[in-house]
Design a protein around this ligand. Structure first.
Ligand SMILES: C[C@H](O)[C@H](O)[C@H]1CNC2=NC(N)=NC(=O)C2=N1
Length: 115
């Protein structure tokens, strides 16, 4: 599990630095299977998590919601039957901050594969 799970988010300020291209490369290696997606010119981290049914997907969605509130850093989450799509980016800076990689690692840690 990534060491990023042990870190905490900094307050999101408008003047906070976006991650550099070099940081992105290093940080992406820490969060396997997360992809960078660009929407309206803003980069986001994206990953799809699979479940056996709706209940499992809903429970995970709630876990991620609790994590988000505990770090005051919030994702976009699409809940579907057997599937949860999570997107992390930093609204205040319109792109990716270290916080997003921390939250991606914590999201991975909250996931258990369905048996
Ligand atoms: C006041 C509060 O800390 C801010 O509005 C936070 C809340 N959660 C947030 N979450 C994300 N992803 N980006 C932000 O810029 C952000 N800002």
């Amino acid at each position: 599990m990534s060491e990023l799970t042990q870190q905490h988010c900094q307050a999101c300020r408008k003047d906070a630095p976006k991650v550099t291209e070099a940081d992105k490369k290093t940080l992406l290696k820490e969060v396997p299977d997360w992809a960078i997606d660009e929407i309206d010119g803003e980069e986001q981290l994206l990953k799809v998590f699979r479940f056996k049914n709706f209940t499992g997907a809903l429970a995970f969605t709630n876990k991620v919601g609790e994590l988000a509130d505990s770090e005051d850093h919030h994702p976009a989450i699409l809940l579907e039957y057997g599937k949860v799509t999570v997107r992390w980016w930093t609204h205040a800076i319109g792109g990716l901050h270290q916080n997003d990689f921390i939250m991606a690692a914590k999201t991975d840690a909250a996931y258990t594969e369905p048996k």
